[in-house]
Write a protein that binds this ligand. Structure first.
Ligand SMILES: Cc1cc2nc3c(=O)[nH]c(=O)nc-3n(C[C@H](O)[C@H](O)[C@H](O)COP(=O)(O)OP(=O)(O)OC[C@H]3O[C@@H](n4cnc5c(N)ncnc54)[C@H](O)[C@@H]3O)c2cc1C
Length: 359
């Protein structure tokens, strides 16, 4: 019997598999398709990402350095309100390759990582979990002491464990103009109901255009309008779901959720790569597969680590729906140099942000 069976090898599952294996646990991890594919993510991340990947992978992952964002209340030609640092704030990284690098790190740590394996059923008992897995050649059963559901926003494990869904699912879409662009600013357009549209220069990777919107909005039409406004030809159109939450609980008797499955995302950007990996570290540190009561320690630990920033992130997002005169006044008040960390809205109240405001 394995100690942990991990379902889904995105950033959260790969990170958990690696850390649990490093602690000496017997870990098997299943990914239904090819690692990192299909792409449905911008891979725009704070510099903290480099703490999670081996040093030698940096060169293959790095695409562009971002030092600021120009906020717009209208389209491509509308007035811009710049927010910036005189150093890098974030990086655009090769998102498909990121998953591969993180999975390789899990393999190197001793986890049994299997691509092209779909977990079709999960049954939870008092002393174990049983998984049915469809592989390329056969369907088989796996028994483990615990299951980690890191299978993304539409988590099958979450349903099997009868755990609640995140409150909301945004629909995101993105596509690329292949023309290289090494500029250091992203553009953010508060033109989409309850969220925003973006333009991210990705160095030799071209320029990404994207947006996310609340359920019920016509995302393809909004996306067409964005691209038309910029007057660009795009390719590799893709889309995905962004869970906004989190739900009240992400643990059961012998199972727990990680990453998007657990709604561990930033409500004001939809970003979940670093929150998912942070929570994965909490899980690997706190959960002992022989002591199910330690699941509560995981639940407390990740909420301690991320809860305040998620709460404040909800408030920041409310600003996207504020009346335009109020948005304009807010932009004028805060535009210029900033001292905030892009994953931590609580850093709005940091000494660094205060110093930046005074400058
Ligand atoms: C348009 C868009 C743009 C985004 N941009 C950013 C960004 O710039 N920065 C950022 O931080 N976040 C961004 N995100 C969010 C980010 O993609 C997610 O938060 C992140 O991928 C979550 O990681 P995860 O490991 O929890 O889940 P995922 O990355 O979704 O991985 C889950 C994995 O589970 C696998 N799986 C599912 N079911 C099964 C099964 N039954 N058996 C086996 N495997 C299974 C899937 O194939 C998948 O590989 C964006 C999301 C969208 C939609």
């Amino acid at each position: 019997m394995y100690d942990f069976a991990v379902v889904g090898i995105g950033p959260a599952g790969a990170r958990f598999a690696r850390r649990a294996a490093e602690r000496g646990y017997d870990v098997v991890a299943f990914e239904q398709g090819e690692l990192g594919k299909p792409l449905a993510c911008s891979g725009h991340v704070s510099l903290d990402v480099w703490e999670y990947v081996p040093d030698e992978a940096r060169e293959e992952l790095f695409q562009n350095e971002i030092r600021g964002a120009r906020f717009h209340l209208g389209g491509a030609d509308s007035e811009a309100y710049p927010f910036y640092k005189d150093e890098a704030i974030s990086n655009a990284v090769d998102r498909v390759q990121l998953d591969k690098v993180l999975a390789d790190a899990a393999r190197d740590a001793g986890a049994d990582v299997r691509e092209q394996h779909t977990v079709t059923e999960v049954a939870e008992f008092n002393d174990r979990v049983e998984l049915t897995v469809r592989g390329p050649e056969e369907t088989f059963d796996v028994t483990a002491k615990m299951v980690a559901g890191s299978d993304g926003p539409r988590s099958r494990v979450r349903d099997a464990l009868a755990l609640p869904e995140p409150d909301e699912f945004l629909h995101g879409a993105l596509a690329f103009d292949p023309e290289p662009d090494h500029e250091n600013f992203v553009d953010v357009h508060l033109t989409v109901p309850e969220f925003f549209a973006w333009r991210i220069p990705r160095g030799e990777g071209g320029v990404e255009y994207g947006l996310a919107a609340a359920p019920g909005e016509d995302v393809p039409a909004l996306f067409d309008a964005l691209v038309e406004d910029y007057g660009v030809e795009i390719e590799h159109r893709c889309s995905g779901v962004i869970p906004i939450g989190p739900p009240d609980t992400v643990t059961s008797t012998r199972g727990f959720l990680l990453g998007d499955a657990a709604g561990q995302t930033k409500p004001f950007t939809g970003g979940g790569i670093l929150y998912g990996m942070t929570a994965a570290d909490c899980a690997a540190r706190e959960i002992d597969p022989d002591r199910p009561t330690t699941l509560t320690a995981y639940e407390n630990a990740w909420r301690d680590e991320l809860g305040r920033d998620i709460q404040l992130g909800h408030l920041v997002r409310k600003g996207y729906s504020a009346p335009q005169p109020l948005q304009r006044a807010g932009m004028r008040l805060f535009e210029g140099e900033i001292g905030v960390h892009m994953d931590q809205p609580t850093s709005l109240f940091s000494a660094e942000q205060l110093r930046a405001l005074l400058r």
